[in-house]
Design a protein around this ligand. Sequence first.
Ligand code: URA
Length: 427
Amino acid sequence: MDVVDVIRTKRDTGVLSDTQIDWVIDAYTRGVVAEEQMAALLMAVFFRGMSSAELAQWTAAMIASGERMDFSSLERPTTDKHSTGGVGDKITLPLTPLVAACGGAVPQLSGRGLGHTGGTLDKLESIPGWRATLSQAEMLTQLRDVGGVICAAGAGLAPADRKLYALRDVTATVESVPLIASSIMSKKIAEGTSALVLDVKVGTGAFMKDVEQARELAVTMVELGAAHGVKTSALLTDMNTPLGRTAGNALEVTESLEVLAGGGPSDVKELTITLAREMLRVCGADSGKDPEDALRDGSAMDVWRAMIRAQGGDPDALLPRARHTHVVNAPDSGRLVRLDALAVGVAAWRLGAGRARKEDPVAFGAGVELHAKPGDVVQAGQPLLTLHTDDEERFSRAIEALDGGYDIAAAANGFTPSPLVIDTVGA
Ligand code: URA
C-alpha cells in the first residue's frame, strides 16, 4: 500500500477503499505512516469530507487500533452519556449516580479539560483522595457493586485517536464533522456501552456555534453508533450561557452535590433529569424509578457517596477553596439579558481552573461564581460574579475576558429565555 496514493485519492475527491482505510489507520498507529503524511491526509479529509461508508470504516479501524471493553456480564444494561463540552457543564457528576440509582449501569470514561471547557476528571480530582485510574477489572467490580463509575480512559482504548487528536490539534483539522464524530464515537464504542446519549452543545461556549452544524454532527454520530450496534440518541442543548452558577472544578462539585441533595440551579437540574430519563429509555432499564424521585429520596446521593468511596475519595472532606476572591458588580440597574458562556469559560481558565497544555496542573479552587443569570433583574453595584483564584495577578486578565461578556437592558423590556434542549436526534 502506498500512502501517497491514499492521500492523492482523497485530495482528488476520490473514495477510499476499506482496505486503504484499515491500512492507513493501522500503519499510522504503528508509526509506519509519518506524521506529515497523516497531516496531509487529515487536511484532505477536512476539505473533501467522507462518505457514510468511508466514515464507518474509518471509525471501525480506530476502534480496532486498541482494546474493546466488555460489560456484557453485568445484569443491568449499560448506558453512557457524552457531552461535546461546555462551560459549567458538570452534568456527568450528578447524572452518573442518578442513572445508577434508577437501574442503569454507567461506565463513564472521561477526560481532563483543555482550553476554556472543564474536564470531568479535574472536577472529581478536587475531592481529596479520589483516584481517576482504574483497571478494567476494578471498573467491572464497581459497576456491579455500585452501578456507576467515572474514570480515565486507559491508554489501550482507541490509541489511533490519541495520536490523531494530538495531530489535529496542531494542524488546524479539529473542526471537521467526520473527524470529530469518528474521534468521539471510536472511544465510546470501544468502551463497550450498549446505549449512548450524546449532549451536543450549541452556542458561543461550544465547539459548534450554530444549530445546523450541531445537527449534522449529531446525525453523523447517531448513525455511527447504530452501525456499530450501540443504541444512540442525541440532544442539541444550549451553550450560549454557562450551565448553572459555577465554572471551575471544586465549585462545580459543590453545585453537583446541591443537585444530588434535591436542590441546585434549575437548568442543571432540568438537564440532569432530561438526560437521565433519555439514558434509561435508550438502554431499556425498567426499575420503575423516575430520576426526579431518586434526587428527592436521597438514593442518587447514596450512589454518589459509594462511587467516591470506591475510588479512594472522602465524600465528607472539605473541598479546596481559592485563596483570593474578587467581586464584579453590576455596572447598571436593569435586566441581565446576556451572560456569554465563552467569556465566563475563558475567565475561569485564566483564573487557573483550566490548563493551556495537557501537562499543566489545574487550581482546584479557581473559577467563577455567577450571582445572576439571564432574565434576572439586577441593581447597579450588586454582585454579578465572584472570581476565585490562588494567584491575585490572574484577576486582571480574567476581568479582561469578561469585558463585553454580558448585557444589562431596561427591566421593562422583558425577556424570553432560550430553550435549554433545542432538539433531539435518533433512537
Ligand atoms: N472530543 C473528542 O473526543 N474528539 C474530537 O475530535 C472533539 C471533541
